[in-house]
Ligand binder design. Sequence first.
Ligand code: GTP
Length: 298
Amino acid sequence: MSKFGTLVMGPAGAGKSTFCAALIQHLQNNKRPCFYVNLDPAAEDFAFEPDIDIKDLISLEDVMDEMSLGPNGGLIYCFEFLLENLDFLTEPLSDVTEDYLIVFDMPGQIELYTHVPILPELVKHLMRGNLNINMCAAYLLESTFVIDRPKFFAGTLSAMSAMLMLEMPHINILSKMDLVKGQVAKRDLKRFLNVDADLIDEDTERKSTIKEGSKRIEDPGATENIMGGESFNRLNKAVAQLIDDFSMVSFLKLNAQDEDSVGAILSYIDDAIQYHESQEPKEPKDMDTGMMEGAMDG
Ligand SMILES: Nc1nc2c(ncn2[C@@H]2O[C@H](COP(=O)(O)OP(=O)(O)OP(=O)(O)O)[C@@H](O)[C@H]2O)c(=O)[nH]1
């Protein structure tokens, strides 16, 4: 029997918990059951009570107090502890049936998605082990980043890093689209959704025009701020180039306050899961068993 799930990821404040709540509401409205797993050991207020809450295993606050760790080190400790106690997830998830969508609400610490090799192990356990959950990652990035292009490209790089690291069906989402409506021309928005690396060059040119056109810059630091600094520009260009070379990130739009928008994202998640499931090679073990059964029948 297959199980289905989505791993909702992204930097702090990207709108993960809001999206999870909107998704659960949408599923309920459509009479589709949902199983909600909170994996953020610092999360406090929930619109829907989680069916599994990592805080029942370990809380970030306790770890920070007892181990004298900061929020980022504490989070890594919590996840390492979770990996040592995977039964905490396995047991309740074993009984979830295929009509459910399992929604995993993840923390916002960016190192989880960039270089710490914890999530690949967790995903392997969920997708490959006895649980055998068919999953799609949903990586959220805040759409207001489009007004700060270096920030947008840095966020896009973190999304790409998660895609490469986790090797699972994956969609990227620009969240809070209601906040950018009207502020970015449609043509420009398309270039953000399909991640056009030229956007960063144009940004540097735009900032240099501002600098040259500016008659009264009294503080040299102010010039540095406007320009971002030559090395900062080069770094941003390299990041944009890297994203362009891989050519694997594009974004879907989400406004969590609009149910149609949430429903559209759910369709993408369902499609990605189904497509991946249809491409999965058959287990050689099954074939062996089938052949043996056939032989015995004969
Ligand atoms: N306008 C608008 N605000 C949103 C939307 N989604 C989330 N927000 C707001 O953005 C803020 C952060 O949202 P959360 O859902 O807590 O973000 P998160 O990614 O779970 O945050 P962390 O748990 O800190 O990583 C909250 O104030 C939300 O109300 C949206 O679609 N539109």
